[in-house]
Ligand binder design. Structure first.
Ligand code: HEC
Ligand code: HEC
Ligand code: HEC
Ligand code: HEC
Ligand code: HEC
Ligand code: HEC
Length: 425
């Protein structure tokens, strides 16, 4: 403990000296960059970035695919870290001795480049790493647990299906028990009656008559019962069918590669936008190209049969790490599909309205295989437009509109969300 402190202090002094040195040589940029923020806000921001971009390969306290990042800000200087995280291959190819050694030590595994991060974002990530390095993991798990409950809050209400099943099973068990008790009572009664000696033969026959299915089936009551059930079932199926013509709710096709959102978006917390790059900016959410998979799968699970299918599609040879020219596209089966007559735009709903993906797609991060969660009927769109307030956060135009409506929150219907032409070409 005290040794660690001592080392930390020493390295701070060293850092300070290096800082002074660089100042004196006029390198102002370095001294400005050499601060890792300590504010709560920076740390939480860094945590989010770290969890959605780095946890697949890094943990703070243990080695995963890449090295444990504990105290990395002491091993390397900030400018080095920033350029390495932005583009590690550039640093390695530039011949930096430390980087080349590390690269070789990790079996030439390529860390993807994160050049779209700003310096501040990287500093926030490091702020998180620093905070985690200095705090024992016990606290870490408490924080993680708190987070989990927040994320899980998105699913809908009602009785969860596993409870429904339990209730039904309970009923069946009770019914079977009642049946057993009745049979027992009957046999006891039979015995009792047969012991009586003053029965005439007629009564005896009646008491001992066998249960005959044939008789029951022929009875009018039974016939009526069967016809009633049959008509009810047919009617219900027809009505349901009419309501769901063309509705594909629950559609869950098998995909060419066993890609699991449960692993990627759930367990490893990779952000939806990392793969579905269009959601914030365009009509379509996009299905990721194999290049995005290769950011990680050049190093992760390279021996898997399923990953081999990615390699085959883009003609990549994992042994030589070379790409060929025989490139095919992976033929994912489309799950959600509106008819051509309807217009739906993701950025309008995700970016402008601020809706969560899960509102429409359900708990995707728990699905090993994606299924269509909502009905996607016109009634479904319209209902939500009737009930949902527009998101006026940071939108002056809506603020003015709301003021004009006496401060009442606006529903989507109030901005024309039920006009045919908004959704139909
Ligand atoms: C696909 C796996 C992968 C991902 C994702 C990844 N890294 Fe790495 N990282 C590595 C590997 C492997 C190394 C070891 C060097 C090498 O092989 O290039 C490494 C090395 C590092 C190092 C140097 C560690 C040291 O001990 O000096 C830092 C810092 C680092 N990564 C930060 C990050 C950050 C921050 C992120 C997220 C923004 C990230 N990495 C995402 C695989 C990954
Ligand atoms: C690592 C990449 C990756 C991440 C992260 C990811 N997805 Fe996907 N997503 C895919 C791929 C590949 C498919 C196509 C294969 C399939 O349907 O499983 C897909 C399919 C889907 C589909 C069905 C598309 C269709 O055919 O109609 C939805 C909806 C979806 N993703 C939503 C999400 C949401 C919501 C998240 C975040 C919680 C997310 N995805 C995170 C890669 C990803
Ligand atoms: C940000 C990193 C990352 C990206 C991008 C990514 N994956 Fe993964 N993938 C992982 C991790 C981590 C695992 C779990 C590895 C494990 O189980 O040890 C995994 C596991 C898998 C598996 C299961 C392999 C097996 O045999 O268990 C498949 C299949 C897969 N990914 C397909 C894909 C596809 C297809 C894409 C592109 C659409 C993709 N992945 C993109 C990180 C990633
Ligand atoms: C308001 C409801 C709604 C929200 C919110 C929403 N989606 Fe969708 N999504 C849809 C509908 C409707 C379709 C079918 C679109 C079509 O067929 O044109 C769809 C289709 C998709 C597809 C298939 C490819 C495509 O673009 O057609 C993916 C992938 C997808 N969504 C991912 C996401 C992700 C990721 C998010 C969150 C960032 C999200 N969606 C948020 C309603 C929604
Ligand atoms: C979960 C709720 C929800 C669902 C489901 C939904 N929407 Fe929306 N939609 C919104 C919200 C909120 C807005 C307002 C966005 C804004 O502020 O511009 C909106 C806006 C729109 C707009 C722009 C309206 C305008 O006046 O500018 C169109 C078009 C639209 N939605 C089409 C659809 C279609 C088509 C569907 C069904 C496939 C659908 N929406 C399903 C919530 C929803
Ligand atoms: C919020 C978006 C939205 C609005 C507003 C809207 N529709 Fe629709 N409409 C849809 C969607 C989505 C479908 C496709 C539903 C499906 O596939 O089940 C559809 C389907 C239809 C169909 C059925 C077409 C077919 O092939 O079955 C008709 C007809 C139609 N709309 C007419 C209208 C009229 C008329 C209005 C104006 C009063 C209107 N819609 C307003 C979203 C909308």
């Amino acid at each position: 403990m005290s040794l660690k402190k001592y080392i930390t202090r020493l390295s701070f002094i060293a850092l300070f000296l290096v800082g002074l040195l660089s100042l004196s040589t006029g390198n102002l940029a370095f001294s400005q960059a050499s601060e890792i923020p300590t504010e709560e806000e920076a740390i939480t921001n860094g945590k989010t970035l770290f969890e959605s971009n780095c946890t697949v390969c890094h943990a703070v306290h243990e080695k995963v695919v890449g090295p444990a990042l504990i105290n990395v800000y002491e091993r390397r200087e900030l400018p080095w870290l920033i350029s390495f995280i932005k583009n590690s291959q550039k640093v390695i190819q530039g011949g930096d001795e430390y980087a080349v050694n590390l690269y070789n030590e990790y079996g030439k595994a390529v860390m993807p480049s994160f050049d779209y991060f700003s310096d501040d974002e990287i500093k926030n990530i490091l702020a998180y790493v620093k905070n985690e390095s200095e705090n024992p993991p016990v606290e870490e798990s408490a924080v993680a647990a708190g987070d989990g409950s927040g994320v899980a809050g998105g699913s809908g209400g009602g009785i969860p299906s596993e409870y429904l099943n339990l209730i039904i099973i309970g009923f069946v068990v009770v019914l079977v028990l009642i049946l057993v008790v009745l049979v027992l009572i009957i046999s006891v009664l039979k015995k009792f009656i047969n012991q009586k000696e003053d029965l005439d033969p007629n009564e005896k026959e009646y008491a001992n008559q066998k249960f005959e299915i044939g008789k029951l089936v022929k009875s009018n009551g039974f016939l009526f019962f069967v016809i009633f059930i049959f008509t009810a079932v047919v009617a219900k199926t027809v009505i349901d069918g009419l309501y769901t013509v063309g509705v594909q709710q629950g559609y869950q096709p098998t995909q060419p590669i066993a890609f699991s959102h449960e692993i990627h978006a759930g367990q490893f917390n990779i952000e939806c936008q990392y793969c579905h790059t269009g959601v914030m900016i365009s009509k379509s959410a996009n299905i990721p190209s194999a290049n995005i998979c290769m950011n990680c799968h050049t190093v992760i699970k390279t021996e898997s049969k399923e990953i081999a299918k990615i390699y085959e599609a883009i003609d990549y040879n994992p042994e030589t790490a070379e790409y060929g020219t025989n490139v095919k596209s992976i033929e994912w089966v489309r799950v959600h599909n509106l008819p051509d007559l309807a217009y739906f735009n993701h950025s309008q709903h995700v970016n402008v309205a601020g809706l969560e993906c899960q509102t429409c797609h359900g708990p995707i991060e728990e699905m090993a295989v994606v299924k269509q969660w909502s009905t996607l009927t016109m009634g479904w769109c319209i209902n939500c437009h009737r009930e949902t307030n527009v998101n006026s956060k940071g939108n002056d135009y809506y603020d003015d509109l709301i003021k004009a409506h006496d401060g009442e929150p606006l529903k989507v219907v109030d901005i024309g969300g039920l006009e045919c032409s908004k959704c139909h070409y």
